[in-house]
Design a protein around this ligand. Sequence first.
Ligand code: GDP
Ligand code: MG
Length: 382
Amino acid sequence: MSSDEHSAPDAPARGGLWSLFRRRKGADGEAAPAVSPEPPPAVAAVVEVAVPSTPAAELSPAPAEAPPAAPAPVPDAPEPARRGLFRRALARTGAGLGALLLGRKAIDAELYEELETQLLLADVGVETCGEVIAELTARVKRRDLKDATALREELRALLVERLRPCQQALPAPPGNPQVILVIGVNGVGKTTTIGKLAHRLRQQGRTLLLAAGDTFRAAAVEQLQVWGERNGVPVVAQGSGADSASVIFDAIQSARARALDVVIADTAGRLHTKDNLMAELAKVRRVMAKLDPDAPHETLLVLDAGTGQNAVAQMRQFGAAVPVTGIVLTKLDGTAKGGVIFALCREFGVPIRFVGLGEGVGDLQEFDAELFVEGLLAAPEA
Ligand SMILES: Nc1nc2c(ncn2[C@@H]2O[C@H](COP(=O)(O)OP(=O)(O)O)[C@@H](O)[C@H]2O)c(=O)[nH]1
Ligand SMILES: [Mg+2]
């Protein structure tokens, strides 16, 4: 696999837009940064850096307003809004499938063939595609289904069954604090996801702190600090080039001293083919376990849906290095390859905690198998 495959496929040009976002931040609580501070560095530039003696951790100012006293869980957006979010985000992945089943009458060999093509184009993977077509054919026969509408309903049920086992929300153990470690290659959306997740947890009344564990680039720390400011959440950081494990260690200690509920730790976009970088992730885990043997309570692997089957390879390689307890599949809105979720669920069975359906702060949604499949099979908007 060439190293180029690991950077984000469609990361927009950023540069000057970042300063625009900086000026805008805080203007609208719901607006997310459209851009990140700088493009993911070329993979070749990701090298082990010498770890300088680490200065004392800098703690950004505490949130101006006190967090709500009593946790008052705020659920996701109301059902119709969520339905719309999933549907819009999956419009590209589902375009072919939706159109295919629209207005079709007869169930014939041609329909199955086109269905197979559309499933492959949506990047569900060869195995899933074969299994779905075989199972669908068997059910249609067994139930003696006659038209495409009945077939569509059967397909819907079948696809939901395949994804349901991976629909498991992020648990909220009482941890001391609960530590969420966020990993994944460059540009997949780790820092953005942390920002959105921080917002979500604050809305649920949980107190938290962010750890700037991506110490490769100063801009990565700054990007996290912006999210911290937006959400009124403190960020623990050291200078760029600092030891990631040490930053996260400090963050957990700091959260403990303040009796906060959660620490979310960012990490560098580590290259999963580089053993030394995987070793560093293992070190982060070892170091935090000194403070709490159960930490991290959650290791979230962020995967960019736009990389299609490459996301499966990333899961395999990260999973071999650290126990991944949850997946966040981002950028479903910008790709036609969202079907990779079926391959991920089939092969690993790891809970898909969240999906990224856009760049807005509200676009990080809990994964929902039914809404996902509905979005996938929706008829294209006129
Ligand atoms: N359209 C879309 N863009 C996203 C999503 N998640 C992240 N991004 C964008 O992806 C780019 C890289 O994100 P970033 O958080 O910096 O990635 P990191 O290198 O893994 O920390 C940024 O421009 C984000 O705004 C998503 O769900 N949808
Ligand atoms: Mg980042």
